[in-house]
Design a protein around this ligand. Structure first.
Ligand SMILES: Cc1ncc(COP(=O)(O)O)c(C=O)c1O
Length: 401
């Protein structure tokens, strides 16, 4: 499982940079990009920055020719700084402020995905003030169950995301009648960690029918954005994106439109691990605890989504195997990195790799319990470099006045 990360390199990183530390493999990131390119040779692939907005990762992905999907002014800022061309950036998100919309217009992003009638009005007002035409896309909630965790299911009616097909049609007509809005695209994002192509096929068929109906009403879109969410199970290879491409074919083959996809997790997750050191071992009742120096503030996914990341010792000892609760120093019972983790009993000081941690790891980290955030390292072959320094204690109070 650690084969993409040379053992000696990981040990050297831990010794020189300390732990916890996120380690990303440039080779794996580029391998994932190639897999997507093979499956989608014609599409615009916009990497979902929220998965991992680290400059080191994003610069590499921008150089590889990907576009970016951003969901805040902050992500747009980082995307531009990393080198994603504005013409390959799509701006999504349910609550974009007027300031963020204005920033996006100023930077001339490819598309702004609006998610409500009021946001469309706000975008029009901002575009009018600037005297420009906003290329608008409407995010549609197709009411399709992606069969994933409820916190990351976004395409079902009753979630806060997007508008129904019928409301979208009203918004497109409204945009078409405006001097400041140009209807350019339609967008669906079903959710995250979707492991079967079925929901995508259903969404693509519904989208294709909708775009054809709009075209026959005189509104011809240039882009059909089918979002991200293609699942990579923790510790497993990504399901081949060819299956996703087959499912999306109805949306990809619409005349005069280009397909956009927004993969995040499936590109970044397998490319990263969280390196942590065992601090202490203890028993409570019948449970064996392994207290590591990484905690829920570093990697919240296990506590938040119940995700199960494989956890492997870098150098397994010749000790009996056991089942451990891998917990961190944060003062919450919910602070765990793994429950029932099978491994040979380690010793304090041993290094553990928490696998498949390249997405929604560092990007969801916090300073909870006043813990400085971890460092980030990018490995290319046998070379490595720190792409984000570990925060210091002073960083914790730097913004206070
Ligand atoms: C609009 C949008 N696009 C793309 C993604 C990326 O999803 P994933 O990282 O699961 O591929 C998300 C994730 O929340 C999203 O909200």
């Amino acid at each position: 499982m650690l084969d993409k990360f040379p053992l000696k390199t990981l040990e050297e990183i831990a010794a020189r940079v300390g732990t916890p530390v996120y380690v990303y493999s440039a080779d794996v990131l580029l391998r994932q990009v190639r897999a997507y390119r093979r499956a989608f040779p014609e599409a615009l692939i916009c990497y979902a920055m929220k998965a991992n907005p680290s400059g080191g990762v994003c610069r590499l992905l921008a150089r590889s020719g990907l576009g970016a999907d951003v969901v805040s002014g902050g992500e747009l800022f980082r995307a531009l700084r990393a080198g994603f061309p504005p013409g390959r950036i799509v701006f999504s998100g349910v609550g974009k402020t007027r300031e963020e919309l204005d920033f996006a217009l100023a930077k001339k992003v490819l598309l702004i995905n609006v998610e409500s009638a009021q946001e469309l009005e706000a975008l029009e007002a901002v575009a009018r003030r600037r005297g420009v035409m906003a290329r608008v896309s409407v995010r549609i909630n197709p009411d399709i169950d992606p069969r994933t965790h409820k916190f990351i299911s976004t395409g079902k009616s009753g979630s806060k995301f997007g508008v129904s097909f019928s409301e979208a049609e009203v918004l497109f007509r409204r945009a078409a009648a405006s001097s400041y809005l140009f209807p350019s695209g339609a967008h669906i994002h079903l959710g995250s960690q979707i492991h079967s192509a079925g929901p995508y096929a259903q969404a693509a068929r519904a989208m294709a029918a909708f775009v054809r109906r709009l075209a026959s009403a005189g509104i011809k879109l240039s882009y059909v954005d089918m979002g991200g969410g293609w699942g990579a199970r923790e510790g497993a290879e990504m399901a081949p994106p060819a299956a996703l491409a087959r499912a999306l074919a109805p949306a990809a083959s619409l005349p005069g439109t280009r397909l956009i996809i927004e993969p995040g997790r499936s590109i970044a997750a397998p490319a990263g691990l969280l390196l942590t050191r065992v601090l202490y071992m203890k028993k409570s009742g019948r449970k064996d605890f392994l207290v590591a120096d990484a905690a829920m503030n570093d990697l919240v996914r296990p506590a938040f989504y119940g995700s199960r990341h494989p956890i492997v010792p870098l150098r397994p000892r010749a000790a009996p195997a056991g089942s451990f609760a891998v917990v961190g120093p944060v003062c919450e019972t919910g602070d765990f990195i793994g429950t029932d983790v099978a491994m040979r009993r380690p010793e304090p000081g041993d290094l553990l790799a928490v696998m498949s941690a390249g997405a929604y790891g560092m990007s969801m980290s916090s300073n909870y319990n006043s813990r400085p955030r971890a460092a980030e390292v990018l490995v290319t072959g046998r070379a490595w470099k720190v792409v984000r320094r570990r925060e210091s204690r002073l960083d914790l109070v730097r913004q206070e006045c």
